[in-house]
Ligand binder design. Structure first.
Ligand code: NI
Ligand code: MN
Length: 225
């Protein structure tokens, strides 16, 4: 079974018998991160969008590990220009990698890199490893198609942004959990900065009241699923 480690903000390391991937590895400059980019041994780096708090150390980690960056086409090309090995994909497309299957979903957000380069549309990821599916929606607003995503791809763990201001806040994330109907939800994208100071325990309480199991995973903690 896959093991997820929360690295802080929207960054997760996911490891199974078939490999390791890191999603949105914002470590350098993240005041809450305890992991250094050089600590990670991964086969792939999945990037939902180009904002600095998601692209993060992705290019450096990919280069140091000779790992492939999996990202929407425009962002993948941007990373290739920085010397990373890339596998471009786009929304609605899936691909079977040695470490697992990745499918890109819509996300309602932006995707400009820190240097101002616009990198197309952001995405979410459905990542299936060892027969278990993780849904990482990236940064997004609530959207009703989450219901369709959950119907077509039974989700074991959905990590959901709850920080508000840039993404869903708690009200919308609770609704997202209902629409997705996953086996378990894990809150993310909160408290990294003052502006996203949402309470994960409030989210946990409200989502549990609606019959969705929740686990607040602390930074550096793991979750087997
Ligand atoms: Ni963003
Ligand atoms: Mn963000």
């Amino acid at each position: 079974m896959p093991v997820l480690t929360y690295l802080g903000h929207s960054a997760f390391l996911v490891t199974s018998n078939h490999g390791s991937v890191v999603i949105d590895p914002f470590l350098t400059g993240n005041p809450t991160a305890r992991t250094k980019p050089g600590d990670l041994k991964v086969d792939a780096v999945l990037l939902t969008h180009a904002h600095g708090d998601h692209l993060g150390d992705g290019v450096e980690i990919a280069r140091a590990n000779d790992a492939v960056i999996v990202a929407p086409f425009e962002l993948a090309n941007y990373c290739a220009g920085k010397g990373a090995k890339v596998h471009p994909m786009h929304i609605g497309g899936a691909h079977a990698f040695p470490f697992g299957r990745v499918k890109l979903t819509i996300a309602h957000h932006g995707s400009a890199a820190p240097d101002g380069t616009y990198c197309g549309n952001p995405c979410g990821f459905l990542l299936t490893m060892d027969g278990k599916t993780l849904y990482h929606p990236g940064d997004t607003a609530l959207f009703y198609d989450m219901k369709l995503i959950g119907e077509m791809h039974p989700i074991d763990v959905a990590v959901l942004p709850i920080g508000d201001n840039f993404t869903m806040g708690i009200d919308d994330a609770v609704k997202a959990a209902e629409l997705l109907s996953p086996r378990m939800v894990v809150p993310m994208h909160y408290k990294t900065f003052d502006i996203i100071d949402s309470d994960p325990q409030e989210f946990a309480r409200r989502v549990t009241e609606r019959g969705v199991q929740c686990r607040v995973v602390g930074i550096g903690e793991i979750l087997e699923y």
